[in-house]
Design a protein. Structure first.
Lengths: 340, 293
């Protein structure tokens, strides 16, 4: 787009460099099963990628749409039990079922919104948490879902694939979810919808006045995040082929850790969750099996960051040197800077 | 257990929920602040009472003399040095800080006290009861809990409506900027409110510990019950909070009478469903004003 002596552009030198680096990284990650035959990197990476996918979606809701949900474990759990029902009980291909699980989560997220969207701020947060608890209790009480028992994927659903093929497909699915989640956030923010979201974040009344349909904008983002979180839940089950309702709907594992990752990395930026997930990986590598310490350490770091550096590591990086790896903002570039 | 008896026990249980909800209701009413660590603080207080009764060899009721002032002081300081930095038009920082704090408290308790369930032994009052009819008996301890909740709520209502400090609380709630112009230090008001909120939730936590066994992971469900009581009663209304707690208690007790797969959970599920029904059909709560949620 041109405008007199200036040009409007989203690209920055870092974003072009970033594109090259990320492209190379992506090729390396996609071919990982080829050059990491012992799976020393592949096994921990699946978890890291799953958390990146969840973190990007939570950040889309909380950081951009003002929907601070503490109920996202509900969609993980719905994904897990959709996969059990579709693949294990109905015999549908497990990998097709991953997409269907996302669809189930997306459909169920609409009635959830009907209740939860009546609450604001902190009360929206607790409201979504209550609804997640209701879903967990219903899954436990249900005879056909049997959420009170340990359930797993067996030869019924996985029989057609070899063990090696399953491990690789699970890894690729996790990679696709993480990269896809990042791409979704970038695309949403660059679209008209994203412009509306940021307008609503800055001033809800002002955005309304300019004709942004706040409720509709938020609902779209809510449903997209539910789809992606549900599909990620299905991959979580593929990666650890047994589940109970209490683990599938765990607020600590699927929402608290995700929130800590986003807060440490930087709420409201696309790079933040990537930085946060790197910190999560690093800390997890230092701890052997101490689940408790993981929550204490990450939680404390997150609280300290939220008070002292509310924009997280990405914000600190920006203060030191302003770089934009995922360009979502439009800038004015003087013509003189343009190479001829 | 008959339905009538279940309803009576539910009213008494509601006293406990109201006691939990008091601090949430007050801090939301005065400073629009939602503390997601509220339930974990109740459990923290119960554990502090366990340590106090063990070290000093006293009754849990006596331990209140240590636990409640300690928690009140913690509330004052936490508001002053942590929560205050998160108050503003954007609710996100407050949610993140209080939620994170709750998770840290929960896991620190797990690390220190282990996952074994604990209980507070208050002696014979725990089992003593008055028999009203053939199948309705009222326990002294649940009665004491409900009585305490009523006394706390009446005292707070009087504080808010009759005292100079209460006037400052209400003025700050209505318009912090103008209140500041009148010479009110809103930061100090907020710290006092949080001290009261922590003190009441400490009281609730110790009562929970006497009533039942508890573990480090129970904070979140306590938070949800308290929150439901506040929303059912209507945001910002202390009387509503009492009624909301009682309505929730009755719903849970009656829900437990329904026979389903896992008996222990059905009462909780019924309580949640009642809350959702209120949210759908009367979002302002039973006593709330329109458009406050």
């Amino acid at each position: 787009m041109t405008c007199g002596a200036h040009r409007i552009s989203r690209r920055t030198p870092e974003s072009t460099a970033g594109l090259v680096v990320f492209g190379a990284l992506l090729v390396a990650l996609a071919t990982l099963p080829e050059w990491d035959p012992d799976r020393t990197l592949q096994v921990p990476l699946v978890i890291v990628l799953i958390y990146l996918s969840l973190a990007q979606m939570w950040n889309l809701l909380a950081g951009f749409a003002g929907l601070v949900s503490i109920g996202q474990q509900m969609f993980v759990g719905i994904g897990v039990y959709s996969l059990l029902t579709l693949a294990e009980d109905r015999g549908i291909d497990p990998y097709l079922s991953v997409a269907l699980a996302g669809l189930v989560a997306a459909v169920l997220s609409i009635p959830v919104a009907l209740f939860a969207f009546r609450l604001k701020g902190g009360y929206f947060a607790i409201g979504t948490w209550v609804i997640a608890e209701v879903v967990r209790l219903l899954v436990i009480e249900s005879d056909s879902l049997a959420g009170g028992d340990v359930r797993s994927l067996t030869r019924n659903s996985l029989g057609a694939y070899s063990r090696e093929a399953r491990d690789d497909i699970t890894y690729w699915l996790a990679l696709a979810l993480a990269v896809g989640a990042t791409a979704i956030v970038v695309l949403v923010l660059r679209s008209r919808l994203g412009l509306g979201l940021r307008a609503v974040r800055d001033s809800e009344g002002g955005a309304r006045g300019l004709g942004v349909d706040v409720g509709r904008t938020r609902l779209i983002v809510w449903v997209v995040a539910a789809f992606w979180t549900g599909a990620t839940g299905a991959v979580i089950l593929l990666n650890s082929p047994s589940a109970r309702a209490d683990s599938a709907f765990s607020v600590l594992r699927w929402t608290a850790l995700v929130i800590f990752i986003v807060v440490i990395g930087g709420v409201g930026s696309t790079t933040g969750p990537i930085l946060g997930v790197a910190v999560f990986w690093f800390i997890d590598e230092q701890l052997a099996e101490a689940d408790t310490w993981r929550f204490i350490i990450l939680g404390t770091v997150a609280v300290v960051m939220a008070v002292l550096a509310p924009k997280g590591l990405y914000g600190l990086l920006q203060r030191w040197r302003p770089v934009q790896f995922f360009p979502v903002r439009r800038r004015l570039v003087p013509r003189a800077e343009e190479p001829a | 257990m008959s339905w009538a008896n279940a309803a009576v026990q539910g009213v008494l249980l509601g006293g406990l929920f109201a006691l939990v909800a008091t601090g949430l209701s007050l801090s939301f009413g005065v400073m629009r602040f939602v503390n997601l660590a509220h339930g974990d603080l109740a459990i923290l207080a119960a554990y502090l009472a366990v340590s106090t009764t063990t070290i000093l060899d006293v009754n849990p009721f006596v331990s209140l003399l240590v636990v409640v002032p300690l928690m009140a002081a913690a509330g004052y300081l936490t508001q002053r040095y942590v929560f205050d930095r998160t108050i503003g038009p954007d609710p996100l920082p407050a949610i993140l800080v209080t939620f994170g704090l709750g998770v840290v408290i929960q896991n620190a308790l797990l690390q220190h006290y282990s996952a074994d369930s604990q209980g507070l032994d208050a002696g014979s009052i725990e089992t003593a009861s008055i028999r009203l009819t053939d199948d309705i008996a009222v326990g002294w301890f649940p009665l004491l809990t409900l009585g305490t909740a009523v006394v706390v709520l009446v005292a707070l209502q009087l504080l808010l409506s009759r005292t100079r400090a209460g006037r400052a609380f209400r003025a700050t709630s209505d318009d912090p900027d103008t209140a500041r112009l009148m010479g009110i230090d809103d930061r100090r008001i907020y710290a006092r409110v949080m001290a009261i909120a922590f003190a009441t939730v400490a009281l609730a936590g110790v009562f929970i510990g006497i009533r039942q066994t508890f573990g480090p992971a129970e904070g979140p469900s306590i938070l949800l019950f308290g929150f439901e009581a506040v929303v059912i009663g209507g945001l910002g209304s202390l009387w509503g909070t009492l009624v909301g707690g009682i309505v929730l208690g009755v719903a849970q007790a009656l829900g437990n009478q329904v026979d389903v797969r896992y008996d222990l959970l059905s009462g909780v599920l019924f309580g949640h469903l009642l809350f959702l029904a209120v949210l759908a059909f009367r979002p302002q709560g039973l006593f709330g004003r329109q458009g406050r949620a």
